[in-house]
Each structure stands twice: as C-alpha cells, then as structure tokens.
Design a protein around this ligand. Structure first.
Ligand SMILES: C[S@@+](CC[C@H](N)C(=O)[O-])C[C@H]1O[C@@H](n2cnc3c(N)ncnc32)[C@H](O)[C@@H]1O
Length: 220
C-alpha cells in the first residue's frame, strides 16, 4: 500500500484539521474498514423505499468507510471532508473496492449545500465545527430531500454542562430533537449512547463517550 507522507499537508493550522489529518496519516484505517452501525441502520430504514438507489451525502466522511458502503448500496454518493489525508484515504478506499463516489475537499463550515439528498449521514462530526456547529447542523438538516432520511450522531451534553467546551459543541437529546419538528419529520430512532472503543478509552482515560444519535425521515 502506498504510504502518505506526513509533512506533505502540514500547512493548514486549524486545530481540528491538524488533529484529523494526522489521525489519518498512517496506512491503516483509523476507524477500521467496516461501515458504522448508524450508516447501516439509516440505509436499512431508507433503502426499501428506494430500490433504484438515490442520492446520498456523507458529511465529514473521514477515510470513507461509510461513503463506500453508500456507494455499494447503489446510491450516487458524495462525501465531504476537509483533511487532505482523509480525502486521499477515502479515494483509495473506494478504488480498492472498485466503487464510485464523489469526494469533495471542502470545509463544512463554509460549504454551500446547494442540492438536497435522499440520504444524509453526519456521524461524529458536527461537534468539531465549534462556533459554526449549530448553524451547520441546520444547513445539513436542510440538505435532506422530502422523503429522505438523515442519520446523525453528535457528542451528548449533560444538562449541567455548557454547550461549548474547549471549542467542541455538545447537545442534549431534547435539544437535538427540537431541530426535527413532528410536522416535518418522522422520528425513526433517537437515543443517547455511551460508546466504548479502544481509541475512546485511550483519549478519555477510560470513560466511554456519550453521543446523542438520531435517524429521522423528512415527511414534508
Ligand atoms: C470523528 S471523525 C468522523 C469521521 C466519519 N464520519 C466516521 O464516522 O468515521 C470527524 C470528521 O470530521 C471531519 N471534519 C471536522 N471538521 C471539519 C470541517 N470543518 N470540514 C470538513 N470536515 C471536517 C474530520 O476531518 C473528520 O474526518
């Protein structure tokens, strides 16, 4: 496998860019090569109604394991990712599986979602957008077409914690659900999950990371 040289992409000084670009710099896939459970469940809710596929967007696609899954399921899939290493690894991941998807190098904070999609994934990404997170969340939600499904996860906020902690954005489940009014959205799943992973354990000194997770369908 071709290796990626770390010093090639070191000019962007944004802390989140540096963090994720360096996380993806190695040959291995940081989050593995299997699609995540949220992607699988969102497709399972959406796909039966769209046997011919449809369009799908993965916002903050990382190294592409969910994007490749969307392409494999027959969607005309687009991924957005701002790290150079993430974009390269995503394109490699797709090519290794002979899958086609558009991979857009862009910063979600300034990206214009000028199209709506039948399926939108935004997994473990919005919280890293800092001050822009709340407005970006609204723009991502707006990018779901009528009849379309969104699968979303974001760091969970405990009621007594501030929504912004060290430039990371947190939400409670009720705060997230307010963005999905019942006259426009059918809630399919909404939950708070505490996720353990070897990386999470390492980063948070043994504590699981709490996420609020939601899958919903736009009905109007
Ligand atoms: C925790 S990772 C999750 C990646 C992927 N969704 C997954 O589940 O494997 C967060 C992703 O968001 C990307 N990201 C963070 N801020 C971004 C921004 N402003 N524009 C584009 N991508 C961004 C990071 O580069 C990283 O790939």
């Amino acid at each position: 496998m071709m290796s990626i040289h770390n010093d090639q992409f070191s000019t962007n000084q944004d802390p989140q860019y540096k963090l994720w670009n360096s996380a993806y710099a190695g040959d291995e896939y940081y989050y593995g090569s299997e699609p995540g459970p949220l992607a699988r469940r969102a497709v399972r809710y959406h796909h039966p109604n769209y046997p011919q596929g449809g369009t799908a967007l993965d916002v903050g696609c990382g190294e592409g394991q969910d994007l490749a899954f969307l392409a494999e399921c027959g969607y005309t899939a687009t991924g957005i990712e701002f790290t150079a290493h993430g974009v390269i690894k995503t394109r490699r991941f797709l090519a290794e599986r002979s899958l086609q998807a558009e991979v857009v190098t862009a910063d979600i904070r300034t990206y214009s979602f000028n199209q709506q999609f039948d399926l939108v994934l935004v997994v473990n990404t919005i919280q890293f957008l800092g001050d822009a997170a709340s407005a970006c969340l609204d723009r991502v939600i707006h990018a779901v077409a009528t009849g379309g499904v969104i699968g979303l996860s974001i760091f969970a906020r405990e009621a007594d914690q501030p929504s912004m902690q060290s430039s990371v954005f947190f939400m409670t489940l009720p705060e997230l659900m307010e963005r999905f009014p019942p006259d426009h959205w059918q809630m399919l799943e909404a939950s708070q999950l505490w996720q353990w992973s070897p990386r999470t354990v390492h980063k948070t000194f043994g504590k699981p990371q709490a996420f609020v997770t939601l899958i919903a369908q736009r009905i109007a």
